[in-house]
Structures are given as C-alpha cells and as structure tokens.
Design a binder for this molecule. Structure first.
Ligand SMILES: [Zn+2]
Length: 189
C-alpha cells in the first residue's frame, strides 16, 4: 500500500467509504426506478386489458368476488366546483334475507376524525332509508363503460353492477355527516 503513513491512509479510507456509500445509494436509486417502471408497465397493461377485453376483466372480478353474496358498488364524490368526480369509494351491497343493505364507510370519520375504516362503516338498511339499487344501469360517470378502474390504484378493476339513488338525506351515526346519493354520486349539502 503506498499510503501506509498517517494522513494518506486516512484520506484513502475516507475516499473508499464515500465511494462505497455512494455506489450503494446509486444502486438503490436505480433499483427504485426499475421497480417503479415495472409497476407502471403492469398497471398500464391491466388498464389496457380492462378497456379492450371487458369479458376478461369481468371474469377476474367474479373470481375475486369468491363466495361473497354481495356486490361491490362504486360511488363517486363530486368535485365541489365542477361536475367531475374527485374520488371514488367502493361499498358493499349485502343481500340480507328480505332487504338489501348498503354498507359504506363514512369518509368524514376516517379522513377528518382518524377513525379506522372498519369502525367507520355505516349500514343503510333499505327498510330504514329510502334508497334504491338499479342493477345494470351505469352511473353517468361511467361514460357507458361497465368496467371501472380505480384511478388511485389501477390494479383494482371492477364491473359496475348498477347505480344507487337515495330519496332522502342520510347521516353518519358517529359524526352526523350528512349526505345523499344521486346516480351513484355522493352529495353533501
Ligand atoms: Zn362519520
């Protein structure tokens, strides 16, 4: 080793350390970029499959549904200032003996009060609240496409089973959030 003397050795050691750290960091960054590219490619492919081959997407949805005796309905949250959908929420439509139950999460409990999504579930019994499920009718925001791809997670692909209309206001039993549903679109006052 040419720098067996004090200062030189320290310099070399320092250089080696930095070099090692920097190459590990670069490798990590490269790996992150590669992973993100791979994920994006998978998502793009799934969105394309869903759009071009609704049958396959529907089969996938049916398989994912498994033994469940309920359907997943999708509700949109309208943007306050324009007529676009800002967010979507999936809810369970439970076929319970002689009535349907719409089980949905209260977004205010979860996002404003920090309640866990499990505890923020509301059950809207068809007997108690005037709401209807119209099977096969696509909500306006579906644009005639029965396949819904979650814009926030394109791996989630569902067949839209129908639309929901509510004839009166509903309230969250915990936080009193007031809402109604018009063509699978949530409105607050
Ligand atoms: Zn609530």
């Amino acid at each position: 080793m040419p720098d067996n003397d004090g200062a030189g050795s320290g310099k070399t050691l320092n250089f080696v350390r930095m070099g090692t750290r920097s190459s590990a960091f670069e490798k990590q960054q490269a790996q992150k970029v590669a992973d993100a590219k791979k994920r994006r490619a998978i998502q793009d492919r799934q969105v394309q499959i869903a759009k071009r081959n609704p049958q396959q997407a529907m089969m996938k949805t049916a398989r994912l549904g498994g033994k469940k005796t309920h359907a997943t309905v999708i509700l949109g949250f309208k943007h306050k200032k324009d007529s676009t959908i800002e967010h979507f929420m999936t809810c369970e439509l439970i076929d319970h003996v002689d009535e349907l139950i719409l089980q949905m999460m209260c977004p205010r409990c979860v996002f404003s009060h920090g309640v866990s999504p499990d505890e923020a579930q509301m059950k809207l019994h068809q007997k108690n609240r005037k709401w209807e499920f119209v099977p096969g009718k696509l909500p306006w925001w579906a644009n005639d496409n029965p396949i819904w791809v979650n814009p926030e997670d394109p791996r989630e692909v569902l067949t839209i089973p129908g639309t929901i209309n509510m004839a009166e206001w509903g309230y969250c039993p915990l936080c009193k959030w007031k809402f109604t549903i018009d063509d699978a679109t949530i409105r607050t006052d």
